[in-house]
Ligand binder design. Sequence first.
Ligand code: IMP
Length: 435
Amino acid sequence: MPTSVVIGAQWGDEGKGKIVDSYAKDAGIVVRFQGGNNAGHTIETPEGKTVLHLIPSGILHEGTKCVIANGTVVDPWILAEELEGLKAAGHDVGPDRLLLHPRTHLILPWHRMLDSARESLRGDRKIGTTGRGIGPAYEDKVARFGVQAWMLGQKEHLMDRLNTIAQMRRPTWNGLSIKVPSVEEVADRLLEIAEKILPFVQDPSELLDSALKTGEPAVLFEGAQGAMLDLDYGTYPYVTSSNTITGGVCTGAGIGPRWIHHVVGVFKAYCTRVGEGPFPTEIDGDLGEEIRAAGNEYGATTGRPRRCGWVDLPALRFVIRHCGMTMGALTKLDVLSGQDKIPVCVAYELNGERLDVLPMRPDLVVQLKPIFEELEGWKEDISGVRNYQDLPEAARRYVEYLSDALDLPYASISVGPGRDAIIPVRNPYTASIVL
Ligand code: IMP
C-alpha cells in the first residue's frame, strides 16, 4: 500500500482531523511531522467529540500506531493532558501505540511568555499567533539550544541546555520585562512530567522504514495548519513557524521523497482564516457572520472567531503547485446549503489589471481585489447524502466546477461534522475510484 499525505490547502482549519480519522482506518501508522499544539483537530464519532492538538488524529482507530515526529514542537504538559483526556474517553493509549521522536523539540514555559510578549510589542502589526509558544520554540531549535525530548531522561544534559538557554535568552527576557521562572524551577517541572512522557520517547525510524519498504502497513502523514501558513511559501510574515507544505514531511518525519505517493489537499467549500494577515476573498458583514455561524467557525485551539471568505482559486492553485497535490478533499459543503449564489474568486485585480496567479511578493498580496464568478446555490440539506449522485444538481455543478478549475480530482467530499458524513470518491492511498 503506498503512502498518503494530508495537507491543509488553505489557512488551516479545513477539517483535516476528520479526514485523517476517515483515511486512518486503512492506515497502520499515522505521523504528525510539523507544528505543535497550535493545531486543533476535531473528530466527531458516535461516542462524542474529541479535539486533538498534538496526538495524530489516527489514534481513535485501535489498530493504528501514531508517531509524533521530530519536525513537531511538543509541549510536554499538553501532551500529558491529551493522553489523560483520551484515557477518560476510553482510549488508554500506551507506548505500543504512540511514539514520540527523541529529537522532538520541547515547548517550555518561557516560549509561551515570549510569544505573547512579542505579540504585545508588535501592536497593530501583531501576527495573531495562538500564543502557544510555537514560534519561540522553533527559534531555539534553529539557534541550536533547544531542549529535545530525549533530554527528559538525562538530567545532566537537560540542566546544561537549560542554563545555555537562560544565558542566551536572558537579554531578550530582560529587555521585554518577562518574568520567567528560574532554570531550577523549569527543570523540576520537566523532571516531574518526564515520568509521563519518557515511556513514549522512542525512535520510530525502523518502524517507518519497514512500513515504507514493504508497503505494509499503509502510512498516512498528517499535516497541521495550512499551506498558506507555511513559513516559506505562506503569506509571510503572517504565517506559522514550520513548513506546512508537503516538503515538510521529508525533514519533519525523516523520510526520503521517494516514499511520498499521494498528496491530498483538504479545502473547504468556502474559506476561513484565523489570526491576522491578508485574506483577499474575506466576506464582511452579516453574510460573513452567517457562514461563521453555519460552519461553527470558531478556533478549536483558542476559540477565536474565524474570518470567513469564498474559495480563492489562484491561492489554491499556488498551494497545489507547491505541494504536488494529487487529489483534493472538499469539506463542509453542507455549510453552503441555502445560499442563493456562491461566489468563487477566479483571479485578482491589482492596480487596475487582472492577475491570474497569486503573486509571490507579500506587499502585492495585501493589495489584491478578488474577481468573482458566481455559481448557483442549492436549498436542500445535504448532510445525509452519502452517494455523489444524490447531491442536488447545483451542488454537483459547484463541486465539479472546483475540480475542473483546479485540475484536481477528489478523494472525498465531506457533508457534515460526523465521522460518516463523507462521500468517498477515490482511495487516498492509490487514487483508484471507489464510487
Ligand atoms: P502560531 O502558529 O501560533 O505561531 O500562529 C501563527 C499564525 O498561524 C496565526 O495566524 C495563527 O492563527 C495561525 N495558526 C496556527 N495554527 C493554526 C491552526 O491550526 N489553524 C489555523 N490557524 C493557525
